[in-house]
Design a binder for this molecule. Sequence first.
Ligand code: ZN
Length: 311
Amino acid sequence: MNKIGASIDPVRIDGSLTLLEQDLQAYQAIGLQAVELPVHGLDAIFNGTLNPDRTRQVMALLSDFDFCYSIHSPNPVNLMDTRDPGLHKAVLLASLEFARQIHATVVVVHSGRFIPEEEFNVTPARSLTVSEQIRMLENEARRLQEIARQYPDIRIALENARPYLSQSPYTYAERLESLKEQILRIHRDNVKINLDFGHLFMASRFYQFDPVATVAPIKDLVVHTHVHDNFGGVVHHWEKQQTHQLPFGKGDSHMPVGFGKIPIQAILNLLLPDYDGRLIMELRSRYLPDTQTSLDNLSALVAACEAKGNR
Ligand SMILES: [Zn+2]
């Protein structure tokens, strides 16, 4: 049985351990088994360095709970960064050290971006040459190999990305086949894929591919998942406000399971028989009160999948 969990929203808690504790208590009350903690929302890293006092405070708080933990590294971490690659590497290393200290076994990392989202507004959409892209892919691979060697007991899970109108492809990770190629280039037992169902669905709409069939060739590389729902409508990178997007089925909604149109059951049917990782519901803060509903819906899908396997 795969452990079902939920993520802690970094901006919602924004450094408050009181809010973290409240959310953990809420997750415990509904019977979740796993939690994904954002190192950034916990203030566990300052300026590329692990904050030891804060780490101890978090560990003390976690000792009251019995969850399995994964860690989400800070979203802007980009191992393809060209301005200050050492800083990005330091932030990821600090994330892994935090994971080691709290006994988390998975660290989620956003796959490298040729053009990071933070620079979309200042950098007009441009295409890199193939040789520029390959150099960046090789840089990311080399940095990840060095990092992975230092933390052999932690799985580093590279996440597939959502597309953006007028900026895509800004990362290779919008396509699962390219992500697989990069995982094979990195070629380390502890560097695999975090499959984000919502990002996959948006990419399938944007690039016109079958979101279920495309999982088959990469499923053996998936060690972690972010399960949430949306309607697949792709947006510009500045369209962030959910209030305005929802009526149009647009955006990376991170809704509770069952609220959108993602074929979650079909993807689980393909993935779950050989999958030993967790199912982390990565919901937006606005859906915190719906976590129970999402859990019920996801549990029903998993049960249907297991019933199918047992027939
Ligand atoms: Zn995700």
